[in-house]
Design a protein around this ligand. Structure first.
Ligand code: 5GP
Length: 185
């Protein structure tokens, strides 16, 4: 695999800035849900790094669970809005306050479909916490109750976000220079 420095166009959000924002979001969520039940739900795999960090800054007892979906349709990196659950929650969310934790909202199709699907399970409340918001790419309107950063239209990686399933471990968010990135095989 290539060293990420070969195709890193720029560091968009450095580690310290990410950490500080996660602390703020955790505090905000702790205030808003004080005295209430809460369960965080992460969409695998991109959201997991963010959720695990966020949990440690939520000062309330809360549950967590994960689900996996696959989007299919238009191109490898595009989201068509057709989502299929490939791994479902093990938690019954009926009558619970659910906070969906996402890495990035791009067109909005994925989150919109996941929200629609979760709503059929009768949660008491259903809100969205997204680390990154590529607002100018939005095709369907989605509610984002907690937002880490609004970012420009660029393909980003690191802090849970992948390029061809690698580089999720990097502690910052970087922009890919697609001309310099060489996919394996
Ligand atoms: P949407 O349905 O909002 O268009 O797409 C959301 C999903 O697309 C995200 O959960 C993420 O998996 C993927 N995605 C969108 N933009 C990026 C990006 O810049 N980098 C990476 N690694 N994934 C992205």
């Amino acid at each position: 695999m290539q060293d990420y420095r070969e195709f890193l166009a720029e560091t968009l959000i450095d580690e310290a800035t990410l950490k500080a924002r996660v602390v703020e979001l955790g505090a905000e969520i702790s205030r808003d849900y004080a005295g209430q039940d809460l369960v965080l739900i992460c969409i695998l795999r991109g959201g997991i790094t963010f959720m695990v960090d966020l949990m440690r800054h939520i000062s309330l007892p809360h549950g967590m669970d994960c689900m996996a979906i696959s989007s299919y349709g238009v191109g490898a990196r595009a989201s068509s809005g057709n989502v299929r659950v490939t791994y479902d929650l093990q938690t019954n969310i009926a009558d619970r306050n659910v906070l969906l934790v996402e890495d990035i909202v791009d067109s909005g199709h994925t989150i919109s479909h996941v929200l629609e699907m979760l709503q059929t399970r009768s949660p008491r409340s259903l809100k969205v916490c997204a680390l990154l918001d590529k607002a100018e790419r939005r095709e369907v309107e989605v509610p984002i109750h907690y937002r880490g950063f609004v970012i420009p239209n660029a393909y980003v990686f690191g802090y849970g976000l992948d390029i061809d399933e690698y580089y999720r471990n990097l502690p910052f968010i970087g922009v890919v220079n697609l001309e310099k990135y060489k996919p394996e095989g």
